[in-house]
Design a protein around this ligand. Structure first.
Ligand SMILES: C[S@@+](CC[C@H](N)C(=O)[O-])C[C@H]1O[C@@H](n2cnc3c(N)ncnc32)[C@H](O)[C@@H]1O
Length: 242
């Protein structure tokens, strides 16, 4: 009998935090976000964009593709662990930086292309570009772009580009807005990336998850917890001041 009670207790101790983190908290966050949009100008437009994007990415198994690519290429590091944005949360994060028409957007480590498509659809970027190292994910992002063009013939998706390569080696100095889902990146990668980010033009904004951009040329604009595919995570927004 004691063993049974201990088993139930252990189950509760594991299950309750798991349910809170992966189900209840995201559910409450989504409810809050939707409510915050209910009385806002353009709120229904945003919700419609989110609906379209979620439909586009239904039954897309980016995590599995990332795993296959990593095992094929022998990338065993945690730095490549896969996770994604949540569309609604991300569009609201983008609104915080007040993107101007004709600015240029980059996602460094763009995975299946979710943020690039969301940025192109919800803002008037003149270029919305994803850089991703794993070829399988880049191929998937291109496929999703083609599907989006078929699904939404009237949407202007001509600003979208996906580039396969290492963001530490590629040039993104034309960026006005940079997103880095940086939670799993190694310290050395983050340091090298910080040096590259320091060459962005003044006024550029950088959005990071988890990692802080500790450089005298960047000022913190926003710090908060936002929804990602794996739950709530810290998000920081910086502006380049000189
Ligand atoms: C956490 S995922 C984020 C995917 C996407 N940005 C999103 O938020 O939906 C990080 C991605 O960065 C990629 N990545 C890691 N290091 C990279 C590098 N040095 N160059 C390009 N991509 C990299 C990984 O393969 C992975 O797909």
């Amino acid at each position: 009998m004691l063993a049974y009670y201990l088993f139930v207790l252990a189950l509760i101790l594991v299950l309750v935090p798991w349910l809170w983190r992966y189900k209840v908290r995201p559910y409450l966050a989504k409810k809050d976000m939707r409510q915050s949009l209910a009385n806002v100008d353009q709120g229904s437009k945003v919700l419609n964009q989110v609906k379209q994007l979620e439909l586009l990415y239904q039954r897309v198994f980016a995590e599995a593709i990332s795993r296959l690519d990593r095992s094929r290429l022998g990338f065993n590091e945690d730095a490549f662990i896969y996770g994604e944005i949540d569309f609604l949360s991300f569009i609201l994060i983008l609104q915080k930086i007040e993107p101007k028409p004709n600015e240029i957007y980059y996602d460094l480590g763009s995975g299946s292309g979710k943020s690039v498509l969301a940025a192109a659809l919800s803002c008037h970027f003149s270029k919305s570009c994803g850089i991703e190292l794993l070829p399988g994910l880049v191929k998937l992002a291109h496929k999703q772009l083609e599907r989006a063009k078929q699904l939404w013939p009237s949407a202007d998706l001509s600003s979208i580009e996906f580039i396969q390569g290492d963001f530490l080696l590629l040039d993104f100095s034309d960026a006005d807005v940079v997103f880095i889902n940086a939670t799993c990146l190694h310290y050395q990668t983050w340091q090298a990336l910080t040096v590259k980010l320091a060459s962005l033009k003044p006024g550029s904004r950088v959005i990071t998850t988890t990692k802080k951009l500790l450089h005298q040329d960047f000022k913190l604009l926003y710090e908060g917890r936002e929804l990602m595919s794996w739950g709530m995570n810290s998000v920081n927004i910086y502006v380049k001041i000189r």
